[in-house]
Write a protein that binds this ligand. Structure first.
Ligand SMILES: Nc1ncnc2c1ncn2[C@@H]1O[C@H](COP(=O)(O)OP(=O)(O)OP(=O)(O)O)[C@@H](O)[C@H]1O
Ligand SMILES: [Mg+2]
Ligand SMILES: [Zn+2]
Length: 295
């Protein structure tokens, strides 16, 4: 209640001061985050959230302090994929402590503020202090970042929805990101959309780390033979050269990754092996890109 009075102390008319206060809290928190990496595509359902969780898990497994910001406000999937969707939230200092999943990964998502019926009840703190679920999505995103006690992080991975506007909101909040990973699948349609997204990200001033080609091929469970259900994806490695976006690697279709969206990454090592190994090579490229020498 006290905090509520502080924030809207003048009867709610001082909106500029409130926003300024939020933004300075946000930038103070973000100073403790070494690298902010967005995962986007522009195309829906290509595996952005799966890639985010897998890169985060691999990075944390290698000893880095990792957080995930679920910037998909209306279709959040990170808590489920990390197996923490029923986590209770608690305060820490003047913010909310992000629940941790496997490998100690810190997670923040609008989903953590929802009950099964979409009501924002999963919250121990004073309900008048925060207005998390806002009709203004940019505002909700700002609150999600500013009011989370992230602590010190090496990497904050940010999972984006297919909407480019959310990427714009994000860069307006955080400034230039340290890099963006673009996810595609081996189809012409996906690649066309991804080229547009790469251009848009650059126009918004954030560097592109490169492109991941997801769901590229799978090994037959019976005979081990390689199959590629998508046609025309083989030229992928070269197809983004002209736009200057490096090819970071392919991730095969893998049942262990599919299991992420059903069972979640509940235990360290539970989803190790298979396609998760592909993320080892991709993370080495991310480390090289940001200039991080520990590995
Ligand atoms: N390499 C893979 N192997 C097997 N399943 C995968 C792989 N990549 C993604 N999936 C599955 O495909 C589905 C879509 O993946 P995901 O939710 O990560 O996509 P998205 O791009 O984040 O979607 P949205 O645009 O809705 O945010 C999920 O069920 C996920 O488990
Ligand atoms: Mg997603
Ligand atoms: Zn076979």
């Amino acid at each position: 209640m006290k905090k509520y009075k502080e924030v809207v102390g003048d009867g709610g008319s001082n909106i500029i001061a409130q926003v300024t206060e939020k933004l300075s809290a946000l930038s103070a928190r973000m100073k403790n985050v070494k690298y902010k990496i967005a995962v986007m595509s522009g195309k829906g359902g290509v595996g952005k959230s799966t890639v985010t969780v897998s890169l985060a898990a691999n990075m944390a497994k290698n000893g880095f302090k990792v957080g995930i910001l679920d910037a998909d406000l209306n279709g959040p999937s990170i808590p489920k994929m990390m197996g923490i969707e029923t986590a209770k939230l608690a305060t820490e200092g003047d913010g909310v402590r992000p629940p941790t999943g496997a490998y100690g990964i810190k997670i923040m998502s609008t989903e953590l503020f929802m009950s099964a019926h979409g009501q924002p009840i999963n919250w121990d703190g004073p309900s008048s202090t925060y207005s998390w679920i806002s009709v203004m999505e940019a505002t909700a995103l700002r609150e999600l970042v500013a009011d989370t006690a992230w602590g010190e992080l090496d990497f904050l991975f940010i999972d984006l929805p297919p909407v480019l506007a959310r990427f714009r909101d994000l860069t307006q909040l955080l400034g230039k990101l340290d890099g963006t990973i673009v996810v595609t699948i081996p189809t012409g349609i996906s690649n066309r959309i991804v080229v547009k997204s790469i251009n848009a990200v650059r126009e918004m001033g954030s560097p592109i780390i490169g492109v991941i080609e997801n769901m590229k091929g799978f090994a037959c469970v019976k005979c081990g033979a390689e199959n590629n259900p998508y046609e025309g994806g083989d030229e992928m490695a070269e197809s983004f050269d002209w736009i200057g976006a490096p090819y970071l690697g392919r991730v095969p279709f893998d049942k262990k990754l599919l299991a992420l969206s059903n069972e979640g990454l509940t235990e360290p090592g539970a989803n190790a092996g298979g396609a998760l190994d592909a993320f080892d090579g991709i993370n080495k490229k991310i480390l090289a890109f940001v200039g991080e020498t520990r590995s």
